[in-house]
Design a protein around this ligand. Structure first.
Ligand SMILES: Cc1cc2nc3c(=O)[nH]c(=O)nc-3n(C[C@H](O)[C@H](O)[C@H](O)COP(=O)(O)OP(=O)(O)OC[C@H]3O[C@@H](n4cnc5c(N)ncnc54)[C@H](O)[C@@H]3O)c2cc1C
Length: 384
């Protein structure tokens, strides 16, 4: 068993951003990154606008594992699955039995896509895209496709629907909610987005779920819970993410929706930390890039010897729907206030105003996105 210092499990944006932040401050401590995938560096958000930007699965990879290892002065091990963490022995067991000891270990495990039970002989062919390998399968299946049924009208579903238009592929987006991005936008803003996407060629079916997916002569016959049917050459599921907590749970580390960590990104076990999509940080699960960047900065400093709490300033999310440029900075879940919305023909400006008249969150669509910097400067962060 070799003592290898800091071990990061996961080579996604969270794992690699942390590695970079740590190396800025500590060039000596041995650093190991373990990943069950290829461990190449890529930007996951680009998966849902790869068609518009003419990217392929291979050109999406910016640096392979070897380049990352050299850049970070780290050991990067691809295709290794961590099966167990022993927090008392401070060791990790890989599939195959190899044991690695750590000074500190960081869980950067990401999240799994939520799969709902769907009937029919085509259910197994429903795809989801949550990493580069998924995207490669999806891209391969797009050959000859003219129509796609997308389950979920959230951020990822809407982005794929818009991106597919760049290939001349029309989508029908299906959601149990009554409007797109229902969890992020006020109703008027959802309506604005819906109309722009419809004008560009996207169709929506709201207040329904998919009941069955049956193979048809070409493609699939999709049966909805209101008994209506539609034909699609491909079915894509984008209905949400569930933080990967199993490894932590099995090690006796406290988990809730995500792996529970405090503002120092420390779990309930000494020398075990978590960040990114798998983590629930001070009560918040925020599966976006800006939060993980803030987390990586703080944890990099902590691991390099300067305990540093994470700070969340206003963190707007850019929704990659070029048919309707959208930026959203949601208010905190229990914030008290009300949306004030101004809609014109070319934009929608929605501000969540608190009791003291301060702006607690916003959503800007179309021409109103020009207000982004002004509002970012006004919104107080979630963790300050
Ligand atoms: C299509 C799409 C578009 C998106 N667009 C945006 C956007 O526009 N803006 C935005 O802010 N966010 C966006 N997001 C979210 C953002 O991409 C994620 O928040 C972020 O990439 C998560 O990074 P992560 O490192 O936490 O997880 P991941 O990238 O999922 O990395 C997890 C890593 O853990 C490894 N792993 C897991 N379990 C094990 C194990 N047992 N052993 C070894 N390795 C393991 C995996 O191999 C992987 O390397 C998007 C997400 C998707 C899917």
């Amino acid at each position: 068993m070799a003592d290898i210092g800091v071990v990061i499990i996961g080579s996604g944006l969270a794992g690699y951003t942390l590695a970079r932040e740590f190396r800025k401050l500590d060039k000596q401590t041995p650093l190991t990154i373990l990943s069950r995938d290829h461990a190449g560096f890529y930007s996951k958000p680009m998966l849902s606008n790869a068609l518009a930007s003419n990217k392929t699965p291979s050109t999406l990879v910016m640096k392979n594992a070897e380049k990352m290892a050299a850049e970070l002065n780290a050991s990067v091990r691809a295709e290794v699955q961590v099966e167990r963490i022993d927090t008392a022995a401070k060791s990790i067991t890989l599939k195959g039995g190899e044991v690695i000891s750590y000074r500190d270990v960081v869980l950067a495990l990401g999240a799994d896509t939520v799969r709902i039970a769907i009937g029919g002989n085509g259910a197994d062919a429903v795809l989801s895209v949550n990493d580069l390998d998924d995207y490669a399968r999806f891209a391969q299946r797009l050959e000859g496709v003219k129509t796609v049924a997308i389950l979920g009208a959230g951020l990822i579903g809407c982005e794929f629907a818009n991106d597919l238009l760049h290939r001349g592929i029309r989508s029908t987006v299906i959601d149990l909610a009554d409007r797109p991005l229902a969890r992020l936008l006020p109703a008027e803003a959802s309506t604005f987005l819906r109309h722009k996407l419809e004008a560009a060629g996207v169709q929506f079916c709201f207040n329904v779920a998919v009941h069955k997916v049956e193979k048809a002569a070409t493609g699939f016959d999709v049966e909805l819970t209101d008994n209506s049917r539609l034909q699609a050459d491909l079915v894509l599921s984008a209905i949400g993410l569930r933080p990967r907590t199993e490894l932590a749970d099995a090690a006796g580390i406290a988990v809730n929706r995500g792996v529970i960590v405090n503002r120092h990104l420390a779990t309930s076990a000494a020398h075990v930390h978590a960040l990114g999509d798998c983590a629930e940080v001070a009560g918040h699960v925020l599966p976006y890039v800006m939060p993980l960047m803030q987390q990586a900065r703080a944890l990099g400093a902590t691991l390099a010897g300067t305990p540093t709490p994470v700070v969340y300033p206003a963190m707007p999310v850019m929704v990659k729907t070029p048919a309707c440029p959208t930026v959203v900075c949601p208010p905190e879940p229990h914030a008290v206030g009300a949306w004030q919305v101004t809609t014109t023909a070319d934009g929608c400006d929605a501000r969540f105003i608190g009791a003291d008249a301060s702006v607690l969150g916003f959503a800007l669509l179309g021409a109103a996105t020009a207000q982004k910097q002004t509002l970012v400067a006004q919104v107080a962060g979630w963790l300050v």
